[in-house]
Design a protein around this ligand. Structure first.
Ligand code: NAD
Ligand code: UDP
Length: 336
């Protein structure tokens, strides 16, 4: 298959490109590099020993995208490009809606103009809001508490409408739980441009000496140790879900929605301890107030993806923390 990967220089996109190339597909990346580096694309080429054409294009730029589509005969698009920081989305909501929604609309316009109708979209478990129960199934009620989450929810709805009005579209909405870890080579990984918002890169940066200590956001949640519980999933397992989704769209057209998680919940302190045990590094931390907007517990029922995609996560928490550390320790300053 020839696959356009928007946001392919980013964290999840770069890992997915490795697997596309390893599986013998041709991949092409468009990315405006607003949160990534072209170096990631070069490293993917070196891991996969294959070429990965890169075009620095903003997905809101119709003409720029159209020029890329003129050069290749794409079968499918995996659409990662988007802004993802919850706090920033509250402060800069218009920027988030323009980027995440306008960007997707422009991408779909250019796809339609080029007769490309297979799309895999990066959604998020955030579309479940604060679920009444866990594990979370795909048919649970959806809601959003911030502009980032709302942009994901709106794009899901737009894409479902698109299939209703034009049934030629085949769309997979993949709801990611908490991607962590890095490629086993340690040469590509998550490279936050600023102080990390997410737990795992924060822990890694404390361990490598870039940050002083982890703030654990609350220990008074109704969870076994009082800290927040999440479904951490190795980024390479997540990446593999995209290949399975592409196969599914070829075999059985339509709109499908899948949770991509492990089905297991780990607390903040579980992750901290697993990291210390696996790496031998100690990580200083203090308990601070809850982070506004955080929920107590979130983990997937991932049985639908297993049943319909033949996909399930295979890597455990030890793999996740070991690979996160390998990337961080080999690249203390990320791609810079
Ligand atoms: P990332 O920031 O590493 O990758 C996103 C990429 O998109 C970056 O390389 C960025 O430069 C690019 N990009 C952003 N806006 C663009 C635009 N207008 N035009 C072209 N390129 C643009 O993030 P990631 O963690 O790899 O996430 C990929 C996708 O998955 C995002 O849509 C994100 O919302 C979604 N997601 C991520 C998580 C997570 O925890 N990492 C969880 C759920 C969903
Ligand atoms: N967390 C924390 N300290 C941090 C970052 C995160 O205690 O510096 C906690 C957060 O409260 C949540 C879990 O770690 O319980 C995962 O947070 P993250 O931001 O990685 O992902 P989220 O589930 O919020 O998208």
């Amino acid at each position: 298959m020839k696959v356009l990967v928007t946001g392919g220089a980013g964290y999840i996109g770069s890992h997915t490109c490795v697997q596309l190339l390893d599986a013998g597909h041709q991949a092409v990346v468009v990315d405006n590099l607003c949160n990534s580096s072209e170096e990631a694309v070069r490293r993917v080429e070196s891991i996969a020993s294959a070429s990965l054409p890169f075009h620095k294009v903003d997905i809101r730029d119709n003409d720029g995208l159209a020029k890329v589509f003129d050069q290749y005969d794409f079968d499918s698009v995996i659409h990662f490009a988007g802004l993802k920081a919850v706090g920033e989305s509250v402060a800069k909501s218009l920027m988030y809606y323009q980027n995440n929604i306008q960007g997707t609309l422009t991408l779909c316009d250019v796809m339609a103009a080029n007769n490309v109708h297979n799309l895999v979209f990066s959604s998020s478990a955030t579309v479940y809001g604060d679920p009444a129960t866990v594990p979370i199934k795909e048919d649970f009620p959806l809601s959003a508490t911030n502009p980032y989450g709302r942009s994901k929810l709106m794009v899901e709805e737009i894409l479902r409408d698109l299939h209703v009005s034009e049934p030629a579209w085949n769309i997979a909405l993949l709801r990611y739980f908490n991607p962590v870890g890095a490629h086993a080579s340690g040469t590509i990984g998550e490279d936050p441009s600023d102080i990390p918002n997410n737990l795992m890169p924060f822990i890694s940066q404390v361990a490598v000496g870039k940050l002083e200590k982890l703030s654990v956001f609350g220990n008074d949640y109704p969870t076994p140790d009082g800290t927040g519980v999440r479904d951490y999933i190795h980024v390479d397992d997540l990446a593999n879900g995209h290949l399975k989704a592409l196969e599914r769209l070829q075999a059985q057209p339509g709109v499908v929605t899948y949770n991509l998680g492990t089905g297991n919940g780990y607390s903040v302190l579980d992750m901290l301890k697993a990291f210390e045990q696996e790496t031998g590094k100690s990580v200083a931390y203090e308990i601070v107030a809850r982070r506004p907007g955080d929920i107590a517990t979130c983990y997937a029922d991932a049985s639908l993806a297993k049943k319909e995609l033949g996909w399930q996560a295979t890597r455990n928490v030890e793999d996740m923390v070991r690979d996160a550390w390998k990337w961080q320790s080999q690249n203390p300053n990320g791609y810079r």
